[in-house]
Design a protein around this ligand. Structure first.
Ligand code: IPE
Ligand code: MG
Length: 248
């Protein structure tokens, strides 16, 4: 990795999101434009991911959550689903040393049902091995859906206490993202403007950023633009910003 970028100079002193959610999209279109099979797009996209994590960390972001495979992605053609699962398996194993070297904590968001045991075991081993790192967390959403996460959380609550969650903090503690900060900035590539069931509760107050860039073309410059844009937003969380309050 290149020299660590000072986050202040990177963003001219603007606010930095603590938690960035990333919907990486456009792998298939990237491949089609080159006359390549869709899997070539997924492989090219996978190469960018560890770098994107390091760019985020260098900019001062604390958590990056990435939508890798949704509970709805099982509906893709079987050959593509199998290709993606094989790709995750290989990449998780190959990037194990890199995570340790870069002191990145890995976390898995999603449900085990349906995933090959091998992938579940690797994800759990990675979570365990990297749990000691606290500077930067990379959350991989694999077999994840926000509605599914919510239902699992409610079920867990009923199993442990016989009743559902009482309030939002009660529910938040039971989500896959327990003890992570809420999403500040959600980025989606490829020109699509949807949230697609990715961290819907955690993104309730997130700033949304959409770029036409296809995921395999994502770059440090693209990230910089998204972070700059975030730094220019005014977040009121439903209240009135102090400078707007003329009644005071
Ligand atoms: C995103 O790229 C990859 C995954 C969610 C697995 P797509 O495969 O959705 O790419 P397009 O939308 O077909 O271009
Ligand atoms: Mg897509």
């Amino acid at each position: 990795m290149g020299g660590k970028v000072n986050c202040k100079s990177f963003l001219n002193g603007k606010a930095i999101p603590r938690h960035v959610a990333l919907i990486l999209d456009g792998n298939g279109r990237w491949a089609r434009r080159r006359g390549l099979p869709r899997m070539a797009g997924h492989r090219a996209g996978a190469k960018v991911l560890p770098r994107a994590a390091e760019w985020c960390r260098d900019a001062g972001v604390e958590v990056l959550s990435v939508f890798c495979f949704s509970t709805e992605n099982w509906n893709r053609p079987p050959a593509e689903v199998n290709g993606l699962l094989r790709l995750f398996d290989v990449l998780l194993r190959r990037n194990f040393p890199r995570l340790l070297r870069e002191r990145i904590r890995l976390r898995w968001l999603g449900r085990p049902e349906g995933l090959p045991d091998r992938i579940v075991e690797t994800l759990r081993a990675l979570e365990k091995e990297t749990a000691k790192f606290c500077d930067f967390q990379l959350c991989l959403a694999i077999n994840y859906g926000g509605r599914d996460e919510m239902v699992r959380a409610v079920r867990r609550s009923r199993e442990s206490s016989g009743k559902g969650p009482e309030d939002w903090p009660d529910l938040a503690r039971l989500l896959d993202t327990a003890d992570l900060p809420e999403v500040d900035l959600l980025i989606r590539t490829s020109g699509e403007r949807r949230i697609s069931n990715f961290l819907p509760l955690q993104s309730a107050y997130a700033e949304l950023y959409f770029t036409d860039c296809l995921w395999p073309d994502f770059s440090r410059e693209e990230l910089r633009r998204a972070l700059e844009d975030f730094g220019d937003r005014r977040r009121s969380f439903g209240t009135v910003a102090a400078e707007e309050d003329q009644d005071r």
